[in-house]
Design a protein around this ligand. Structure first.
Ligand code: SF4
Length: 84
């Protein structure tokens, strides 16, 4: 059985991703084309046990695209601007 459906690979930088709630389901929603896909990704992130690690990674790595750690790319841009 292959339940590993990730939009991004698990790497040494992101070992916690193996525990991510995004392991199952439609990985495309994490790089959404619509507000409904974005909302679905955020709903999944809200249940994720590694949300804090994912958010910290996304900020540190300045991930430009997609939903990471329960935030949209727009929200992260805003946070980075405020902390600059
Ligand atoms: S917080 Fe969201 S994007 Fe990050 S690992 Fe969890 S489900 Fe995936």
């Amino acid at each position: 059985m292959n339940d590993l459906i990730l939009a991004v690979p698990i790497t040494e930088e992101r070992p916690w991703l193996v525990f991510g709630a995004c392991r199952q389901g439609d990985a495309d929603v994490f790089f959404p084309d619509s507000k409904s896909q974005e909302a679905e990704a955020l709903r999944i992130c809200a249940t994720c046990p590694v949300r804090d690690e994912c958010f910290a990674y996304a900020i540190e790595a300045r991930e430009t695209y997609g939903v990471w750690g329960g935030t949209t790319e727009k929200q992260r841009r805003r946070l980075l601007r405020r902390s600059a």
